[in-house]
Structure formats: C-alpha cells, structure tokens
Design a protein around this ligand. Sequence first.
Ligand code: NAP
Ligand code: MG
Length: 473
Amino acid sequence: MRDVLRHYIDGAWTEPLGDGTAPITNPATGETSGVLALGTSADVDRAAAAARRAFATYSQTSVTERADLLAAIAAEYERRAEDMALAVTADIGTPLAIARITAQAGVGQFRELAEALPAYPFEEHRGRSTVRKEPIGVCALIPPWNYPALQMTEKVAPALAAGCTMILKPAEIAPYSAQVFAEIIEAAGVPQGVFNMVLGKGSVIGAALSKHPEVDLVSFTGSTSVGVQVQKDAADTVKRVTQELGGKSAHIILPDADLTSAVATAVTGVMTNSGQTCAAPTRTLIPRARRDEIVSMIRTAVDAVTVGDPLTPVAMGPVASEQQWHTVQRYIQAGLDEGATLVTGGLGQPEGAKGGWFARPTVFADVTNDMTIAREEIFGPVMTLISYDTVEEAVAIANDSPYGLAAYVDGGDPAQVRDVAARLRAGQVALNGAPLDQSAPFGGYKQSGNGRVWGIAGLDECLEIKAVVGSAS
Ligand code: NAP
Ligand code: MG
C-alpha cells in the first residue's frame, strides 16, 4: 500500500485539518493500492495565506533567479523521471513507455521556459509610457488526470517563471504523480510558500480555490461543464480564469493524402492513452471515394493495438477508472443505437483481459456529424469515421462542433493542406502527422476554452500589465 496523506503547505508536508480519505484504485487491476487524504476549505485557507505571504518576496525575484530555479527543477525532474513515469502508470494505467514520454514532456516544459525567460520582454516602451508585465499574484492550478506529468508542469512552470505563487490541486485519481511532483519541487529548492499543494476533491478544494478572495487567477484544465462552473465561482471576485477544456477534434484526410501516414496519425492519435487525450483526432473525415480502402486500413491498424498490463510493452492499458469505463460503454452503445457501422471492437472487455478497466479499441464508420458519438467527447478508445464528398464539405463538418481544440490535416498538396488548416476553427492544427511542438501555444477556440498554455503563451497568462506613464523627471 502506498498512501498519499499530506498536503504540501508553506514548505512543509502538512497533515490535513479534517479526516476525510478516499481509496486509491489501480485501474489495471481494479484493486485498492493506497489511501488519499481529502482536504477541506480550511486547508485551502492555510495554503492561500502561505502563498500570499510568499508573493511579497517571490514576486520581487530577478529573471535570472527564476530562470535558474526553473533549470534546477528541470534537473531534479530529469533525475526523478522514472519515478514519475511509474507513478503515472500506477495512477491511471498509461503504458509505462508512454508515461516515460510524458515525464520527459514535463521536464521539457521547465527547460523550455528556463531558456526563454531571459529574453522575455518584461518591460517595453510605448509612447510616453513604460509598459511592465508583472506577476498576477496567487494562482490556483487545477489540472485533470489524463497526462498528469505534463499537465501539472504546464501550469506550475509558467506561474513560477512569472513570479507568481501558487496552490496546486491535483486530480483525485492521479495522486501518486502529484506526490512525486511536489517532492521534485521541494528538492529543487523552491522557496517556502511559493508552491503549495492541497489534496482532495474538485467539488470541495477546486470550488474553494475558485471562490477564494486571496486567489488572483484560476488555471483550469478539464471538462467543459466543470470549466463553466469554475468561471461562475470565480466571477464574484473578478479573477482571471484560463480554461483548457474538452475537444472533439477533426482529422481531415484529403483525397490525395498518403494513406499509410494518415492512418497512422488517426489510429495513434485516438488509441494512445486509451483515447483519454483532449486533443485526440476523434472525428476522422475520409473521402467517400476511398472509404472502403481507408476503413480496411484502419481496421487492420486498430486490430493490431495490443491491450493489457501497462507495465508490459503494450500499446494500450486500461482506461483510468471504473467510471470512465462505464462512460465509454455508454457511448459505444449510443453508436450502435444510432446506426453507425461497427467496424471493430465494441462493448465489453478485450479478449483475455483479466480484472481492471480495459476497453476494446473500437471503430465506427458511416458516422454522421449529428450522432452523439460525433458531437460529444467520449474520452475512450473509440474512433468515428465520417465520409465526405467535397473538401468544402469536410471543412464545414470539421467546424460544425461546439469544440475547437485541435485539428489535423493530411494531404499531398502542401498549398491545399495549409489552406484547409487556415479555415479550421481550432487552436492548434497539425499538418501531415507533424509531431507535437511544446513551444507552440496550446488551447481551444469555442467551448474548448479560453487562454493558452505552453512556453511563452503560458507565461503571458500569469502576468498583469502595468502602464507607467511619464518619467517623473
Ligand atoms: P473534470 O472532471 O472536469 O476535472 C478536472 C479537474 O477539475 C480535476 O482536478 C477535478 O477534481 C477538478 N474539479 C472537479 N469539480 C470541480 C469544481 N466544481 N471546481 C473546481 N475544480 C473541480 O475533468 P477530468 O475528468 O479530470 O478530465 C477530462 C476532461 O479534461 C476532458 O473533457 C478533457 O478533454 C479535458 N482536458 C482538456 C485538456 C486541454 O488542454 N484542453 C487537457 C486534458 C484534458 P477531481 O476530479 O479530483 O475531483
Ligand atoms: Mg473527474
């Protein structure tokens, strides 16, 4: 058993004031692996007071001091990368090989900002004024559970870079990675009170943070419904709220695309992390004239996805929780009920699965964009293939969604690929299988959110703008 029972407040591992706990479950076995402390709003008050006290000094540190601190965290994170990867696998069942990549992405966020910070224009002259960018204050950081090694980092790194202090509320179902993360921050020498972590439920800790008068910014990543609640809770105190929300991202495979590469992008994009990726290309738009060929290629690729114990070399582990497994089943049933063609996979557990919350890699074809499985985020290993007749129609279908997080375009004519990308209402568009770029801003149009994370764009969110007019001389 491995328990996570203490908050990290004001530079110390701190017993919660209440006595609430919840079991921690290993999704690959369904068994209880430890106990998590559930904090209360009184714990939030202590953390907020510590963060407010520390802001007085940390906000005055030099850029060089903060860049050195980020570099020290990156080095410590690198040293603990394997512990982080194992914690992610224990938390949510991500295959270890992929968890290792996400831990390195976490290191990369700190390294990227450590390098970019010295050149950032904290002060500019415009007209008769000096325009200064100053840290916004105390930040409440609320990440989801699906890529904890990266999602805690993408909030903490820019807040530290800006000169802000913070309270992290990790997702309840990813406590081991949160524990390792806080240990990294402590070992790297982050000053007392600058980084605080309060464990517990979003409905309690997250809500207390969103309403708290000492909190200046809430950086939230999660579902659109909770993101809306956070915005409402923060409204009375006029906080800045940045939201990274859900998605139903379209992947347009143009008629002249290299199908081998496009199919690999489509299948890997959805199946990685059991489909629990906000930016996953979950609506695959395929030219009707090549429907049979593409469906057959996708079926072959999906049937080759190995599912099993995430500590072994499999492509896919379980989904993250019992609740998530039932959600996925409900959506597969909706696909069947609404008349989509089941190409492979379906309800239940994959053959040979023992214990744990394993779902079947599933593909639906002949989906129309009005079906539930094309409208709503499933957050599971379920592909929906939508056939189109013209490129014009493909763009219209792609944009016909309440979401606008990511998009993907594959095609043989670079000018056409870029033209289609320009017409898509999404925060990030990846062309012809381009790999992730962590220096590029990441965030959503429409109901996929407000604000951006990663690199300089993430730093901008944590800064206030002050105009100093005149020179006083
Ligand atoms: P979620 O249920 O919305 O939870 C996200 C976080 O908010 C968790 O830490 C949760 O705490 C907390 N929370 C819950 N209720 C709250 C409240 N009333 N006030 C404040 N915080 C509250 O989302 P999830 O199930 O963890 O994650 C999946 C969703 O996140 C998907 O929709 C996915 O698309 C989205 N996502 C978006 C991005 C992006 O960058 N756009 C990235 C990853 C995921 P507890 O769960 O611990 O109680
Ligand atoms: Mg949740």
